[in-house]
Design a protein around this ligand. Sequence first.
Ligand SMILES: C[S@@+](CC[C@H](N)C(=O)[O-])C[C@H]1O[C@@H](n2cnc3c(N)ncnc32)[C@H](O)[C@@H]1O
Length: 395
Amino acid sequence: MTPAARIQSAIEVLDAVIAAARTRGAPADRLLADWFKAHRFAGSKDKRAIRELVYDAIRICGPVPASGRAAMLALSRESEAHDWIEPMFDGSQYGPTKIAPGEQAAEVGYAPEWLEDRLIASGLDEEEAAALLDRAPLDVRVNRLKTKREAIELPVEAEELAAPDALRLPTGAQVQQWEAFEKGLVEVQDLGSQLACAAVGAQPGESVIDLCAGAGGKTLALAAAMANRGTLVAADTDRRRLSQLGPRAERAGAEIGDTVLLDPGREAEALAGWVNAADRVLIDAPCSGTGTWRRNPEARWRLTPAELEKLTALQARLLEIGAGLVRPGGSLTYVVCSLLDEEGAGQVEAFLAANPEWRAAPPELPLGTARGAGIRLTPAHDGTDGFFIARLEKA
Ligand SMILES: C[S@@+](CC[C@H](N)C(=O)[O-])C[C@H]1O[C@@H](n2cnc3c(N)ncnc32)[C@H](O)[C@@H]1O
């Protein structure tokens, strides 16, 4: 494909990404995969170039752009490395049509204005906000149930990170194709997620509930920390995600981890037997995901104030449900991959104010900075996805 044809292709994909952001449709990765499937003439170099153009354009536009063309023009005009793009709007075959008089480039920025304001109000400075849109590194957790970080042999050089089992790999490493992955020696997991699991402090022999377990990324880390001894409950309302835990656990050799499917709005019913009984509860709450924009930067175009309000109400409810499951003297770890205070520090502050039998017991982590009653990890400061992590203890 010619460079101009690649740009036109990226514009088409961006149009689909913009439409999907408005209608809560498929994520950018899926739309790219669909486009490649429908355009088999694109070779691997074309695909790589188109993917990069699409993601670079998404990253540079703060608010939702009017069109893929507007996003691509913004990329060309605002990024020196991409200033070759605009001259390609020359109307040549398969390339973008010529620029119309008065045709506008999209607005650049970190996020839509309302969201930028909330991030600033949550104490994020310019550098931290910009780093939310960097490219994410590739981290793995070495599975202690099967091997040790010191002993593992991988096909690439890996950097040891601050969490005890964490390694950072060169970008593009095809982990899922490695024997070490097949054998369950490593799991792909961001350093921040690994630290969130460490904050739980789960010990062998304890009873631990992972209330929002999803596909079990953190459940598996908890099973490893517990050395496969004790009781581990993985609960979620999403049947599809929860069903992925079984095969993953098998590969990882995780023998504990019973799944419990929850009914949205009636979560407590399925967990009634656990009231005041668990040593530790982890709530990896559903959130806006502002801390994971490095992985899916178009997520900032999807979030609305109303959606955020729904999420914060759900988080508050899950905190109450999770707290009810903890035995006296036990602990609750509340985690969100968001840097908005209303989902993190503010949420915990409100919980503590309403529940005087609870106190904050911030975990000792090798990274992060204090934020309210918890700890915040950011891409700029800690090289992790953005997280808020709080540990609370019940009297
Ligand atoms: C941040 S994700 C969890 C990710 C998972 N812990 C991991 O490490 O891979 C939040 C999860 O909360 C689940 N969830 C949403 N509403 C819920 C509810 N009412 N009760 C329990 N889980 C819920 C979602 O299905 C989603 O899997």
